[in-house]
Design a protein around this ligand. Sequence first.
Ligand SMILES: *[C@@H]1O[C@H](CO)[C@@H](O)[C@H](O)[C@H]1NC(C)=O
Length: 399
Amino acid sequence: MKVKRLLVLLLIVLKDAGPTTAQTCSSSCSATECSCWDMGLTSVPQDLPTTITRLDLRSNAITTLSQSDLSRYRNLQFLRITYNPLSIVNDGTFDNLISLTELRLGNRLSSIPSNMPITLTTLLLLGNGNGITSLGHSDLSRYRSLEILSFMSQQIFTIESGTFHHLTNLTSLSLFNNRLSSIPAEIFEPLGKLEVLSLAYNNLASLPADIFQGLGNLKRLFLGQNRLSSLPADIFEGLVNLDDLSLGGNLITSLPAGIFERLGNLVSLTLEGNPWQCDCNMRPFKQTLTEYHDFAYDIECAGPANLAGQRFLDVDSEDLICEIPASTTKHAASCSSVSDRIFWKNCIAIKFWKKANCRKMCKKCLKQCSKCSKKFRKVCPDQGTRQNTCLQEFRETCS
Ligand SMILES: *[C@@H]1O[C@H](CO)[C@@H](O)[C@H](O)[C@H]1NC(C)=O
């Protein structure tokens, strides 16, 4: 008897929590909003309240939009059709949507839909690795109310200069995860209100020196995961409000002196994942660092060989030198000019040098070096004082 009652109870519970097959988009609606994610919809339902201002159709199977799909929902302010295999947006689709301010579409569009409402303040065209390949200077010129604009994960590799020229109210621009290898010099200059700019995950190998000129309100700048190998010394000049800058995952080997000097509001700076060369090119930068620059902890030396793996902050300025040959052939070359004073400097570095074949190449050189090195240790027993005055003394003793 007890068991039977329990089973009945269980059945009721199961029925209540049961399959949602009966749920439709319209049953999820209030008078102002429909949230219809993940319902397998292949078109925009036509039985929704015409009073709705928000319609969320993310994660469905809609491939095409036409005028008849949306014309009855003329109060819409917010429309999201992301994570749909949407590839065709026909002319006239948005004709009746005179109040639309936020439009999020994706993810198989190969061009920017034409005739979107000029009332838009937010436009997100989310790709999934295929999609829009270029932005032309007239593609966006009508949408002057835009404040947030994102072309995430498209395939954009060219942007014509002037593309953002009229978007002076823009506060956030994302070109995250595209194929940009270069950017026109003055493209962002009119965007005086811009606060967030993402160029991360592109193929940028260099940036024009004045690319960020005019962006005095910029707070967050993402340049990570590109192919940048160097940065102009004054590239961040004028970004007085910047508080978050990421440069991680690039090919940067050294930084110009004082490059972060005027960024008085910087709170977060990401530098890791670059092949830093802790040589003479980094010395001026090191000398401008103060104890407040704790971001420099991120910098791990990838080279030269004798400093690989060391933290840049732990390396003395005097050890940031360029004479230490990077390759074995250079080692051999410098070993051959025994009389050269540089040779002795190299000898000191050679204690870190492990390449056996290179060792063989200048055995004689090493013999002298080790003789000299012994002497050096005698003259300068204290590791801590070896670097400066003692090094000088040692050179004179040995050469
Ligand atoms: C730009 O923003 C200002 C201030 O919010 C607003 O008054 C103006 O109408 C906006 N411009 C456009 C074209 O929407």
